[in-house]
Design a protein around this ligand. Sequence first.
Ligand code: GAL
Length: 657
Amino acid sequence: MTDIVPTVEGLAFGGDYNPEQWPREVWDEDIALMREAGVNLVSVNIFSWGRINPGPGRWHFDELDAIMDTLAEAGIKADLATSTASPPPWFSQLHPDTLPVDPEGHRLNYGARAEYCPHAPAFQDAVVEMASKLAERYAGHPALAMWHIGNEYYRSCYCDLAAEAFRAWLAERHGDLDALNDAWGTTFWSQTFTDWEQVLPPRISAETPNPGHLLDFKRFSSDALLKLFRSEAEAVERHSPGVPITTNLMVTGDFSGLDYHRWGEHLNAADRLIATDHYLIPEGPIEPEAQVAFGADASRGLARGGPWLLMEQAANSSAWRGGYFAKKPGEQLRHSLSYVAHGSEGAMYFQWRASRYGTERWHSAMLPHGGPETKTFREVKTLGGWLKRLAEVKGSVVQSKAAILLDFESVWAAANPGQPSGHMASYPELRRWHAALWRRGVTCDLANPAWDLSRYAAVFAPSLYLLEDDANLRRYVEGGGTLVVGPYSGIVDRNDHVHPGLPGALRDLLGVRVEEFAPLHEGETIALDDGTEGHAWSEIAKAEDAEVAARFIGYPSTGALFHRGLGDGEVWYLSTRLTDLDPFLDRLNLTPTVPGLPAGVETVRRAHEDGRTYLFALNHTDRPVTIPTEGTDLLTGATWTPKTHLHGNSAAVVRER
Ligand code: GAL
């Protein structure tokens, strides 16, 4: 496995570092405390456009020089950002057409961040100029470990420049206007285009918009940001070849603005690194530890099982998540270790030192307002020590035999308006299945349905509304895999046109024919004759070439759960959303990483090619537990035996014998 952070020794540990917000004497304290905590990588220059380039043609690098030199002297590496995520006011004022326009046609003002239109040539030129200047200046700097392009790409724009770029993108995708009219089904409601100039971004209109239009605009917006990222990355590469390049994605489970699998094709290459930010959802049905695992498993999926890096997390609360919620003692430690267990090559935070001012003055930090004598900073120091002792884990690969299928286009299409049910959103359902598998100790990748799935013993498609055809899934099943398909899957093609004959693209593979959908109301449930219960959805479904494993009570001719053996494998179809997934999962032969552990005790194994394995054991409960393995706990150096107690709310990483 390639060493993703060649110039950072061991696992990466640190966070966003914004010394430009502080007087010099604070820098000295920062460096001393970073060394005490074992910080070896910091992300700098994320939001410094206005400091480096305070006016047209004016460039001031003294401060960034000083920051980079200070880090180099201290032996701390820099994840050096191009600072292009937040143009300063002078730039927006000089180029008003770079300010983004929302779907209602309002041009947004500057005053916060990410106020740019990705399609504005002035912005596109400026970011390449900035990236080039920085790369020219800092290539070869002893502190430089990697380049960080932009910050959390997500902005979309509906302005006239966006309209122009959208038309060009559509012409490339569809060829001519007739093909576009077909793809969008514009004969519906008499919306046929006769001239390209009539084609606009999906600005607010008088009625529910066209789903094909919305879907293509999502694709276009994701591609436009990817193009922007690539333009900067290529500029950096020209001047600073061979240094890893990354950007912080938001592979979190509640952001689906970009098609990260398309991004992954570019970030999963030589000298590129998949990195993600992850801020947990404070309330809701899924426990924080399972959320951590989801973000990590999805990021590892993007990296196709290979190395990736947790670029940002919160040491305590994220103010923007709405209100103050504190992490319990030890919680950030277990979370950080869990990201590493699930494949991250380190644990990074936003941010090193809490800001005294600005929108995020109440966002937690590694070094909180309370200073070093705080629970948070004490834990940061503990973590720094642990990560140092885990250096040998770097480059090992997570062992996973199960996958959940995630397709961003399908998530988007399922969110299009005009659905038969308002309760069939995709992403929350993927998270729910993932959490159920996580609670059973099954390590799971999030994988795209088009990828080679042959290495997985079981593949779950709980919600895969959009699917062009069944070829890849059929290959997987016939080759010996177990495929589980949730309802309302395989329904539409890539243009969001309904496949004739439900359930569309999957009908033959499943051996099931759905006559009609029978969506359920909020709170309504439907009983199955195997003692389980469904919610949100049911359907009148008949076996064509499958066995009926369970039926809806009161609907004897309708199947609820279908099973079919095919080739060397098998496929299950669920025609409702099961409320409790466990009774169904009990039917499958799933192997947890370590069998027999109580709920809340998480184990994940990473392995090197030479056979060395590491068992990460995270006890998220209050009760002690024994973990049946033998070796050395790298966190303490102590011998581990099957009788060793893993205390409540603690962790061990056993290099197994
Ligand atoms: C991220 C962002 C950081 C900071 C952080 C706070 O989305 O990249 O700059 O705002 O959130 O949670």
